[in-house]
Design a protein around this ligand. Sequence first.
Ligand SMILES: Cc1cc2nc3c(=O)[nH]c(=O)nc-3n(C[C@H](O)[C@H](O)[C@H](O)COP(=O)(O)OP(=O)(O)OC[C@H]3O[C@@H](n4cnc5c(N)ncnc54)[C@H](O)[C@@H]3O)c2cc1C
Length: 388
Amino acid sequence: MPVPDEEAFRAEVRGWLAANLAGDFAPLVGSGGPGREHEFVPERMAWERLLGDSGWIGLGWPEADGGRGLPWGHEVIFYEEYARAGAPARVGHIGEQLLGPTLLMFGTTEQRGRFLPGILAGTELWCQGYSEPGAGSDLAAVSTRARLEAGQWHLDGQKVWTSLAQFADWCFVLARSDPAAERHRGLSYLLVPMRQPGVDVRPIVQLTGTSEFNEVFFDDARAAAADIVGAPGDGWRVAMGTLAVERGVSTLGQQLGFQREFEAVLATARATGAIDDPDIGARIVEAWAGLEVMRYTALAMLERPAGAAQGTEPNVNKLIWAQWHQRLGELAVDVAGAAATLAGPGYGLDNAQRLFLYTRADTIYGGSNEIQRNLIAERGLGLPREPR
Ligand SMILES: Cc1cc2nc3c(=O)[nH]c(=O)nc-3n(C[C@H](O)[C@H](O)[C@H](O)COP(=O)(O)OP(=O)(O)OC[C@H]3O[C@@H](n4cnc5c(N)ncnc54)[C@H](O)[C@@H]3O)c2cc1C
């Protein structure tokens, strides 16, 4: 397919969003973001299918794998327009942004043929089963066991902080398949169906009063023998491939939503007069400058083939946006003033309160700030490794 001109493509995306965020989908505008994951879930699942039907999922994936093979710049345009229209937070982003690219890198032809169509159609939702009670930053300590028996993988163990597991059809699980091997070597990357008797999902209530993430228990859960990405024992390499995407380009869409949040904070500061406070004014300017830095960093990445991140760039980006977003949350409640200390009836939170509470998580998930700094120091700057 010929690549459409960028401005024509922008007009097409904008027109489609305006036409479709209407009628039954009109209430979805602005829904489902941080601390609001519980909103309109069946409707957002239907929206996901509509996006799939209309060809808006997998824009950059190769055409041979069912994508549209569009350049990265077109994906950016789509994200920009999506954020500008206030379209709902995606329930399918873990499949599209994490598992899909991983299968494109490491999956067999059969796996790509089996799993990519469900992601592209918005009909199969995924979650990420990495973290465990004893394995977060130290991910190689994963102890969920997987053994191959009678033509099936059998899994036993516990995952935790598993985002959107309560809605997911599938989970990509990092599990220990060879307990005797050295810790990074004995892991496998398995594709596990969530809707089966051996899987128990228990939502965790977060500071926001809602549940984005969950505990997931595997008690002789099953996966097909063929549903392993990479070879048995090669799961670490595949898992790191997924993490590189997670810390890199896939955060771009999320960052474009930051502009809207910033504008809301600015509008409140103007409306309440908080903007006249010199401290608030200075922090607003700083936040705006941070947004511009993130935008130019993204544009610089666009210059490269496929927007590929290099070296420790994903770690630097993660560190920058996580801190920026957390400070925006603090600014939002400071702009709101004393009113921000009170929740409404039934722990009803407004947008500033949600932003403040949710952004506490930004410096933890996808690798904490401390871990990003370690990686930048050791891999980027060649500083001595920390004692282990
Ligand atoms: C909102 C949210 C969503 C998440 N979604 C998912 C998901 O979908 N799937 C999934 O698998 N996981 C998910 N996670 C888990 C996330 O990846 C982990 O929380 C993260 O990796 C940190 O691990 P931990 O919580 O075990 O903390 P720990 O690793 O126990 O760390 C505790 C503290 O110690 C610090 N620390 C640890 N090691 C070092 C070190 N070597 N040097 C310096 N400081 C160190 C950390 O920075 C942190 O401050 C999610 C987390 C959050 C908050």
